[in-house]
Design a protein around this ligand. Structure first.
Ligand code: ADP
Length: 241
């Protein structure tokens, strides 16, 4: 049996609802979705699924999808819903998602949220727990335009908020730090505008559901992770570690 068939069979065989631990981390670019999603996924022992990372991987590999994605991402726009929905649907069918996952950067439009509801209903018989990270505009600009990362070890710095010891150089690796192309200021402003127009309406889409939570994203990362863990504990999802 092919891996794909095996995983679908396994998913269909699961008692629907019992294993559904789908977390959606919602928030503007720069709110800390990536950092928090990774921490929460590690604590829960489930995969961290970032559509931004998946697309950047395609860009890096120079695939057909990657070529299409590169231009759109560099303009600060969103990929077409259908394309991203399909990418996520295929990912959720993989075996490692059978006991839950943390979604980062998806859904990003109301159409994607509707599609996710359908996928979760069909595959797992449940809805997501949604955590909305809130950070104000000026802080987002500083966080994003100041962000630099080490191509060797992935460490993240910020020229305003968390500078490396030597400007432009990774403390651990000595490598020159790089700026994500979409973190240039004009692209950042476009990404934030896209967020306001297309993604912010999602907050209203989810608000009012039982499992929707607002979290203040301006605090120290650890304090935010602790609050998110406590919220997940409150819906019965205890951390694996
Ligand atoms: P951020 O949240 O910091 O803007 P991401 O790494 O999540 O960055 O995404 C980078 C880019 O990838 C987005 O600006 C967008 O162009 C594209 N992208 C990621 N997720 C989606 C999605 N769900 N729908 C459409 N485009 C997406």
């Amino acid at each position: 049996m092919a891996v794909q068939d095996a995983s679908v069979a396994r998913l269909e065989g699961l008692k629907k609802g019992v294993n559904c631990r789908a977390v959606v981390v919602l928030g503007p670019p720069g709110a800390g979705k990536g950092t928090q999603s990774r921490m929460i996924a590690a604590k829960m022992g489930v995969p961290h699924l970032s559509t931004g990372d998946m697309l950047r991987e395609q860009v890096g590999r120079g695939t057909k999808l990657g070529k299409k994605a590169a231009a759109i991402m560099q303009a600060g726009d969103l990929l077409p819903d259908e394309l991203v929905n399909r990418m996520v649907r295929e990912r959720l069918k993989q075996l490692d998602c059978a006991h839950g996952f943390v979604l980062d950067g998806y859904p990003r439009t109301v159409a994607q949220a509707r599609s996710l509801d359908q996928m979760l209903g069909r595959l797992f018989g449940c809805g997501p727990v949604v955590i909305h990270l809130q950070v104000e505009y000026n802080e987002l600009i500083q966080r994003l335009t100041g962000r630099r990362s080490c191509p060797a070890c992935g460490a993240i710095y910020n020229v305003f908020l968390k500078p490396p010891m030597q400007p432009g150089v990774c403390d651990a690796e000595g490598e020159a730090l790089s700026l994500r192309l979409d973190d240039q200021e004009h692209v950042v402003r476009e990404r934030l505008a896209t967020y306001e127009n297309l993604t912010r309406p999602l907050v209203d889409y989810y608000r009012g559901r039982d499992n929707f939570f607002e979290v203040d994203g301006r605090r120290q990362p650890q304090a935010i992770t602790d609050q998110m863990s406590a919220l997940l504990g409150s819906v019965g999802w205890q951390a694996a570690t």
